[in-house]
Design a protein. Sequence first.
Length: 300
Amino acid sequence: MSSDAHLATLEDEAIHVLREVVAERERPALLFSAGKDSIVLLHLAQKAFAPARLPFPILHVDTGHNFPEALAFRDALVARLGLELIVASVEQSIAEGRVVDEEGPGASRNRLQTVTLLDALGAHGIDVAFGGGRRDEDRARAKERVVSFRDTLGQWDPKRQRPELFGLYNCALRRGEHLRAFPLSNFTELDVWEYVRREALPVPSLYFAHERAVFARDGMLYAASDVVSRRPSEPVFRAEVRFRTVGDMSCTGAVRSRARDLDAVLREVREATLTERGATRADDRVTEAAMEDRKREGYF
């Protein structure tokens, strides 16, 4: 169990990162998916700059295949907090010929988000994007610096990352380059949920057990919907499930669960033997280096 002192240390570190990076860059933005990590990150950003309003917009890359519950949560939160929201649309990128949509069973728009994100950063002049990535999610995430350098093509090279000694961050950039900053780097999935409980943060209903129409594929349960193609051997059935991550419906799986409240979710997380991405994200199962390959192209 995360102690109050441990959570306070993580909170202080995240707020320090947010303040330091914003002080050095001109046009920051916060990547927001309506997932638990981005909800915690947004809450920390509000704490970092209180009592002033959030000094930068939030940016959501909408694949067109997002969970309706996540979109409804996003819109309600933006309205309640009076936030500036930028929506970057993968649908629009497809319509403009910037990316080619995949078709058939197994198709996903997750990888297509990279082009849409980079286009949005360029269009809005964003020089640093805060993300909710954590080092415990994936081996590629574990290689990230807190402040991650991206070149003029938006690409990430783990060999070109800058040293971070004594909490000092090098945020210098040349024209066309940008940064990604990860204030939650040292949080774990359990830390995030403990912090959600401590701060009484609302999260989408997707994170709690509910009965849903699903189908099984490769050991995972997917939400049955019009945007996900099924094979004839993949019948739809109803099951009590919850989601550990909130992403594109085409690659985000659910887990069987009876955790209908936060305490029950915390018990499940403590007992889990796989990370949430390893257990429920199909795009991370393609190869052992799937996440790193996407990050090298400019992914979150």
